[in-house]
Ligand binder design. Structure first.
Ligand SMILES: [Fe+2]
Length: 122
């Protein structure tokens, strides 16, 4: 079963996001978000409240690469059920800023084209 917010990967590498709970589309695999891998710490998205913005960076101490063959495809910030998504391209900084009011339930996630889905629930 897929649930709201789940991201599913197709056999051709395409991604879809679940809006409502239900049966997974055939051939699609639900991605399990990783949240703590000390050996590849640069994947866990890190969020900070700076003034009236949330600033999300991929890699706290070390930035994740943003090369043609290995990069962060998008960064998401979910605040009280509102999804904010920034799409990135190779050459961009692996970070995103979202000017939104401070929320009660805040979590972030990102997708690396090689290493999959990562999240950080505050
Ligand atoms: Fe990666």
């Amino acid at each position: 079963m897929m649930k709201r917010y789940d991201i599913l990967k197709g056999p051709d590498g395409s991604l879809v996001e679940a809006i409502m709970d239900g049966k997974e589309p055939e051939d699609f695999e639900k991605l399990e978000a990783k949240s703590a891998d000390t050996s590849t710490e640069k994947h866990v998205p890190y969020v900070e409240r700076v003034g009236n913005k949330y600033v999300v960076k991929v890699g706290k101490e070390q930035k994740h690469p943003m090369a043609e063959e290995h990069y962060i495809v998008f960064i998401e910030l979910i605040v009280d059920g509102v999804v904010h998504r920034k799409y990135l391209s190779p050459g961009d900084e692996p970070e995103a800023e979202f000017e939104v009011p401070e929320g009660r339930e805040v979590w972030v996630r990102e997708y690396c084209n090689l290493h999959g889905l990562w999240e950080n629930r505050l």
